[in-house]
Design a protein around this ligand. Structure first.
Ligand code: ITT
Length: 199
């Protein structure tokens, strides 16, 4: 079976990818399968740059088809912070959520969006990137135990529950990550059919 690498050290992200790719005929590795590899600091200014950096580095190390995502929460009233700094916005999830809620105190615009950019790297080259977005609102206090990161304060558009109150199956139907991945899978399917036509 083809091995592909999901270049993430975030176990929650990896579980989402494992569930989303469950029906595909591939064996999925994460960076936890390559303990000798330490990703370098993220230096990009955009999700796309960071996703590309992560995918390329891990592809070069593992010599496998690799994808990586860079993702985060953009909050309108905070000039789209924390954005690419979402993972670096505090020492742990509770600290990061506390900071966001403090910074939003007294602000009436609670609109926000989760963004995920997936980069695919093959043979030492980033071949394409794909963006998925889920719009929503930030509530006043965390609710729910599922998911990870900012899920307890994010209510996706059209829902009343936070991502953390939804099952993983429900989140995986509409999330920014699922949307980016679907675009990547559509691209791969199209490319594969082009190859099939040629041979
Ligand atoms: P890798 O770089 O190893 O993949 P990371 O957690 O550092 O792991 P990012 O740099 O992409 O990943 O940071 C993404 C952060 O954005 C993540 O740590 C969460 O705080 C937040 N985030 C992204 N997707 C999320 C989601 O689906 N639910 C909640 N928070 C999310």
């Amino acid at each position: 079976m083809t091995v592909i690498v999901a270049a993430t050290a975030n176990a929650h992200k990896f579980e989402e990818y494992r569930a989303l790719l469950g029906s595909q005929d591939v064996e999925l590795h994460s960076l936890l399968d390559y303990p000798g590899f330490t990703p370098s600091e993220e230096t990009g200014k955009t999700f796309k740059e960071n996703a590309s950096q992560k995918a390329l580095e891990a592809c070069n190390y593992t010599d496998r088809p690799t994808f990586a995502d860079d993702s985060g929460l953009e909050i309108t009233a905070l000039d789209n912070a924390p954005g690419i700094y979402s993972a670096r916005y505090g020492k742990d999830d509770a600290d990061r959520i506390g900071r966001v809620l403090r910074e939003l105190e007294g602000k009436s615009d609670r609109s926000a969006r989760f963004v995920c950019v997936i980069a695919i790297a093959i043979n030492g080259e980033v071949i394409e990137t794909f963006e998925g977005v889920m719009e929503g609102t930030i509530i006043d206090a965390p609710r729910g135990e599922n998911g990870f990161g900012y899920d307890p304060i994010f209510v996706p558009k059209g829902e009343t529950r936070t991502f953390a109150e939804m099952s993983s199956e429900e989140k995986n139907k509409i999330s920014h990550r699922a949307r980016a991945l679907q675009k990547a899978l559509d691209f791969i399917e199209d490319e594969m059919s082009v190859l099939d036509d040629e041979f």
